[in-house]
Design a protein around this ligand. Structure first.
Ligand code: MF3
Ligand code: CO
Ligand code: CO
Length: 291
């Protein structure tokens, strides 16, 4: 469209030749545009945007820590919602889940056989439960998304196993992240560890690009084949959030339209972080230890 020749008059109206006026700036802008988009409408983030997501991520991790300090038998999942909501608002941020596609609360709380998208309510946590708390905050317009599964009181052997496998799955997925590796490598690392430990990987929900919106492309599957799928490039920002079941991978959605539960009633656990691909690997923008 803008096909001004180098010796034409500059379209800005300066009266100068284009080559002596706006040509250089226009070329730089065009290069920026092509650098910004990778494939499938994936937006590569600028250093300023990454810093914005990092700040949102710090708040998410701080809120997870606050929740962790309050987890004990006897509290309701609504109480977790209140903690997350108040702490987020107090820090001039917005809880992304609230009213997202009609979701009625500020955080997802997924207990035992709930895989994800559990709605906080009057359920009272009891000794031996596991609960995933999935927090997404919007700070200055930037989104960061992370979750952890907590023990309530003393875990059963089964609970300890599924939480430890899910945590290790996230860790192994993260270790695959570097330029040149593919999305399939991430899925492969997660799937092979989970299945070799007799667990299954949920297929119906995936990780996702994040940062300028809650859910951006690409989809990040937690199963896959080595070397398959999209190659990773520097400045991609996305989540890895494997949902791992003790039994079968199949799920059903409850009447509320959100709560995803294992079809066989088996325990399910999940850990999630938001990461950016760096020159040599990745940086977590929602860092917490995965010991
Ligand atoms: N935080 C979830 C994720 O990891 C999405 C929750 S959507 C909601 O992608 F509406 F349930 F909050
Ligand atoms: Co997510
Ligand atoms: Co999440």
């Amino acid at each position: 469209m803008n096909k001004t020749g180098r010796n034409d008059l500059c379209p800005c109206g300066s009266g100068k030749k284009y080559k002596n006026c706006c040509m250089i700036k226009d070329q730089a802008l065009k290069q920026n545009q092509t650098k910004r988009y990778y494939r499938q409408n994936i937006i590569l983030k600028t250093p300023e945007e990454i810093e914005g997501i990092r700040k949102a991520g710090r708040l998410v991790v701080e809120t997870l820590d606050l929740v962790e300090s309050k987890i004990r038998p006897g509290i309701t999942t609504d109480y977790i919602n209140n903690i997350v909501h108040e702490h987020t608002i107090k820090n001039n941020a917005i809880p992304a889940p609230l009213n997202y596609k009609g979701f009625p609360k500020s955080v997802c709380t997924s207990v035992n056989s709930v895989i994800c998208h559990g709605i906080p309510g009057s359920y009272i946590l009891k000794d031996g439960d596991i609960v995933n708390v999935d927090i997404t905050s919007i700070l200055n317009g930037y989104y960061a998304d992370a979750s952890k599964t907590f023990f309530v009181g003393t875990p059963s052997k089964q609970a300890a196993k599924i939480v430890s496998v899910a945590k290790e799955c996230l860790k192994r997925g993260l270790l695959m992240v570097k330029p040149g590796n593919t999305l399939g490598d991430i899925g492969w690392a997660i799937q092979s560890f989970a299945e070799s430990n007799g667990c299954s990987v949920v297929r119906d929900f995936v990780g996702h690009g994040v940062g300028l919106e809650f859910h951006e492309p690409p989809q990040v599957a937690h199963t896959g084949r080595r070397g398959h799928g999209l190659p990773l490039v520097e400045n991609m920002v996305f989540t890895i959030e494997p949902m791992i079941n003790l039994g079968r991978a199949s799920l059903r959605i409850l009447e509320d339209g959100w709560t995803a539960v294992t079809i066989d009633g088996s325990l399910s656990a999940q850990f999630e972080q938001t990461i950016v691909v760096t020159k040599n690997g990745y940086e977590s923008l929602t860092p917490f230890p995965l010991e």
